[in-house]
Design a protein around this ligand. Sequence first.
Ligand code: TYM
Length: 334
Amino acid sequence: MEKSMRKTVVSGIRSTGKLHLGNYFGALRNFVKMQHDQQCYFFIADYHSLTTHPDPKALHGNVRQILAEYLAAGIDPEAATIYVQSDVPQVAELSLLLSMHAYIGELERTASFKDKVRKNPENVNAGLLTYPVLMAADILLHRADFVPVGKDQEQHLELTRRFARRFNTIYGVEYFPESVPYNFGQDLVKIPGLDGSGKMGKSEGNGIYLSDPDDVIRKKVMRAVTDAGPQEPNSPISEPIANIFTIMNAVSEQSTIDFFKEKYATCEIRYGDLKKQLAEDLIKTITPIRERIEAIAADDAYLHKVTREGAERARESADKTLREVREIMGIHHF
Ligand code: TYM
């Protein structure tokens, strides 16, 4: 696409561990699909990971892992700007400035905050409360039009738009755009776990990882929760089985999906066959990525080069925004 027609795209993934299929189908795969057509910034959200994983020993390894996974999944650092969030500290200043117009009440009502408070009542830190402000700063730092994310980030994006609109209203400018979550016009993706209900998540312990070897993938899929099977033709599909089909939708051929749906409708389905097919189709997607992860993670010089050049480009864009925001807010004293 012609450069001047390009939209700006921003997204990031927290460095809290290896990436799973939810991260891949909700976010990473779309990063790869968009990188040649738009002006893309993809970063590793290491500041955000400190709200729940303040572990200096693990942090560097986690950042490295995600970086290798970005590259292995096909992000081309010549096409997209890849950087580590903390290499662009302008985001911290923008977050501070945006926080002056973020209300405690709306932050306390955010679902992800309430969830963290419930799960971890002994670590309700201020960073957790202002998490959506920092995330808005990530996005607005480059004045993003599109933000490719999974369904679970929808509320954070709503807050980003609200902060952007509020900023524009308070200062009487049309400065920040309305950044929208993006999935090529389709509904945002939610990849479920194979444990019966809920989403696949790093902390849910139900992940199938991009770095999982084939036999581990087979084992995880064969253990997937099922039900007693359809008792009469055209029965509604229960949640655990619907979850298997949702993952199939992401990796299998349409004819394969139709075949098993038909078998389900006529009560002839064998869940063992369904799982075997799903495992093989997952392996086809994951194996090439896993093989590249190993090679890239071992290449220190390359990882350094990618992050150094990415940070430089991201800082340039961030500097411009901060200069303009300071001007708009009246921070230009002597
Ligand atoms: P994080 O690190 O939890 O997840 C990274 C991306 O993976 C998506 N995702 C899923 N999509 C579908 N199904 C699932 N089961 C699933 N699990 C995870 C997430 O929606 C996300 O797109 N707050 C963000 C990180 C962040 C960010 C940003 C994102 C920080 N600043 C700015 C976009 C723009 C997060 O915790 O994602």
